[in-house]
Design a protein around this ligand. Sequence first.
Ligand SMILES: [Zn+2]
Length: 202
Amino acid sequence: MKMRKIFLAMVAIFLFAGTAFAAPNAAELKKMSTFISNFTELGFLNVTASHIARPGHYADAVFFGVWHNYVNNYHATIAQCHVENCQYGGLTIKAADAERSVKRYFGVSVKMNKSANHVGQLFHYADSKFHFEGADGDTTYYAKITKLEINSDNTNIYTARGIIFNADVPSEIYGDFTAHFKSQMWQGKKTYVLIDIRTRQR
Ligand SMILES: [Zn+2]
């Protein structure tokens, strides 16, 4: 009897919210946390898609596009540089691969056709590729969503809140984030695209 009451109460909440969509389940929430972690693992704890879209922030776009693939798609996208005595580093990536990642994660088209210097790290552009040097990053941060709201006017827009934690020491919490993002279809799969993320350090 008690279970039934709880069930009816839940049904009432969903009807009350006027929902024609399914609330995200645990697996989808985990997917969303992974999506947010794609930014935080590269140190993008405070960023907006409109920031990445500005020509003056080209180096941020290149850094995200190259480093996302360096961390997540190394074997598919990163190649050894075959230019003899190349002074720009031992690795290359097609600029198109970096562009694609920025488009997928920020929903922004950035034409990558020139070199970029991101906080002292050089991405040298030549022949449709970036030449760069690999590196081990500092602390890697991941995100975990603890609260998700679905926009009542547009059910494809989400507001997520949660924690940013040290990927190697998950009990070490760096801060609290709020992120807005949308769902999208990407190459036939449902994925997400960032609007913005803000983080407050604890
Ligand atoms: Zn090279």
